[in-house]
Design a protein around this ligand. Structure first.
Ligand code: FAD
Length: 513
């Protein structure tokens, strides 16, 4: 603690600085190296007080703009040594939806302020590792994609939306349409730099500080701030055949999905490159920008009226100049025998980047309508394969269809458990195949509570029916629920916390400790 006179001096300085500078010293005896990078003007505080969910609001004391990893280490070391430390939350792009990157009265670390520095994405190749990229934890996946594509390479496993940070998705799992083949993003990391809750900047990998490495992957920001990740790369194709096939029968839809993923493992380099699925509950007809051609839209709408839900199997096959001559035939062969509705297969031919960055196209459209920065009462669940039909009946038919919950994207696609590493902190169901069920609702500012109620009803049904669902991007209000969520992984999670963040300083917005 500073002596009282020093303390007064600091307050006096604060008042002076308040009048002039964008960066503020604050009314705390903080070292100059920290206070010079801390802001608490109302605009900065406002931006760091909420997230993409627009549901939770927590006001931080200040926002820290690090110039490098050592600045983050300095901040955490200082708080770790302080008798009255403040909590610290790394904020990637704030794309969480339940306040996971927020901190009440603590310090938000604005990770993106590292992003302007040169050398934060470096692509290399060695004989031992093959091609890989060292990328800053603050980097957006779209920028990683651009930098690697410039060298004819690409990350292997990507999320649907690429304006997410590397550190943010690795703190969760990073799932998408390539997960069936390469595993989630946390299965595609060779090494990390992490600043622990004690302020130590450590390099870790499966063989070097493995507890920290596996802890941080899927670790919800609880063990340290990821400042660098080494990501393996593969050859980047140039184009994509993007296919959607429509089903009215859930059983045919899911068994075709499973057939395709089991025929298309990593080793089958000529197989499908991406597989997901979604639910159609309405078609805003007639829509020129829709994936579905205008003349087919009335037929699809009438199928939806007749069946309540139409299931969409979405697959992609990449190609390049060399394979352009055979891609259509290869695709046809892969999709032969599937049981989608006759005539309801639609194919787009797009560039590789256009396909991967597809959600950004939606983002721009929604932004132009003022519909991007609205509340997002999202729910994401992993559903064990053995409970698919109970889930379809109890959730899709009895909640989603009956209540006509159409304002959002509903995802449903299978994933292999063996593509996940049990040693990471991520939690998944204990079955060989499970499904990702995403309820990505958008709402108005005055009715998101209704969607939260629907989500609670979905969870209640799952609990009562013994579905064994696990939350992805989890959010709970009590530690007991967290302990249930982690199950047998809880003791290890707790031990890692004691080892790497014993004062419980990091990512308090997760509300675990
Ligand atoms: P934030 O929301 O800022 O942070 C998330 C958590 O990680 C917080 O607890 C934070 O403190 C911590 N954190 C952030 N950076 C670091 C770091 N460097 N080191 C340690 N901890 C850190 N997820 C998928 O898996 N697949 C998808 O297809 C997918 N699509 C999405 C589409 C949209 C439109 C949106 C908004 C989200 C999507 N997500 C998806 C969810 C996304 O993975 C999470 O929101 C994730 O948190 C990443 O967002 P972020 O980088 O903004 O992290």
């Amino acid at each position: 603690m500073a002596a009282p006179n020093n303390f007064l001096l600091i307050i006096f300085n604060c008042v002076l600085i308040l009048q002039n500078a964008p960066f503020l010293a604050v009314a705390l005896p903080l070292p100059e190296a920290i206070s010079a990078k801390l802001r608490n003007d109302s605009e900065t505080i406002k931006l760091a007080s909420t997230d993409y969910g627009r549901i939770i609001e927590e006001k931080p004391y200040g926002v820290f703009f690090p110039g490098n990893g050592s600045d983050i280490a300095g901040l955490i070391q200082f708080m770790y040594g302080s008798p009255t430390p403040m909590d610290i939350a790394a904020r990637g792009h704030g794309h969480s939806v339940q306040g996971q990157s927020l901190v009440e009265n603590g310090i938000v670390v604005n990770m993106t302020s590292l992003g302007g520095l040169d050398g934060r994405i470096v692509v290399s190749t060695t004989t031992a590792l093959g091609p890989y990229a060292d990328v800053g934890g603050e980097q957006l996946w779209i920028d990683v994609l651009h930098a690697t594509m410039a060298k004819g390479l690409s990350p292997l496993s990507l999320t649907d939306y690429l304006r997410l940070t590397v550190g943010g998705t690795l703190s969760n799992a990073g799932v998408g349409g390539q997960t069936f083949r390469f595993g989630p993003q946390i299965s595609n990391v060779l090494e990390l730099d992490v600043v622990t809750g004690k302020g130590e900047l450590l390099t870790c990998s499966p063989t070097n500080n493995p507890e920290l490495f596996y802890g941080a992957l899927g670790g919800l920001g609880q063990f340290g701030v990821i400042t660098r990740a080494r990501i393996p790369l593969g050859p980047a194709p140039t184009r994509a055949k993007w296919v959607r096939m429509l089903y009215t029968n859930f059983s045919a839809f899911t068994s075709d999905q499973e057939l395709l993923i089991s025929n298309n493992g990593k080793e089958k380099s000529n197989g499908l490159n991406y597989l997901e699925g979604l639910l159609l509950l309405e078609l805003k007809a007639p829509d020129n920008s829709s994936f579905y051609p205008l003349p087919d839209q009335p037929k699809i709408s009438s199928l939806i009226s007749q069946h309540g839900i139409v299931y969409v199997l979405e697959v992609v096959k990449y190609y390049d100049q060399q394979s352009a001559g055979s891609v259509d035939q290869d695709l046809e062969k892969l999709l032969t025998g599937l049981r989608f509705e006759a005539g309801l297969k639609f194919i787009k031919d797009v560039s590789y980047e256009e396909f991967l960055d597809r959600v950004h196209t939606d983002e721009l459209a929604l932004r132009s309508l003022g519909l991007w920065d609205v509340p997002h009462p999202w729910l994401n669940l992993f559903i064990p394969k053995s409970k698919l039909f109970e889930f379809e009946w109890g959730v899709y038919r009895s909640i989603i269809q009956k209540r006509k919950l159409t304002t959002g994207v509903l995802l449903f696609y299978p994933i292999f458990k063996n593509k996940w590493d049990e040693k990471t902190s991520a939690v998944i169901p204990d079955e060989d195949v499970f499904y990702m069920a995403g309820f990505l609702f958008s709402s108005g500012f005055n009715n998101w509570q209704t969607f939260e109620e629907h989500n609670r009803d979905i969870l209640k049904f799952c609990a009562e029916a013994g579905i064994g669902a696990k939350l992805y991007l989890p959010h709970f209000e009590s530690q007991k629920e967290w302990i249930d969520h982690f199950g047998r992984k809880w003791p290890v999670f707790q031990q890692r916390k004691a080892l790497f963040d014993p004062k419980h300083l990091l990512s308090p917005g997760q509300k675990i400790f």
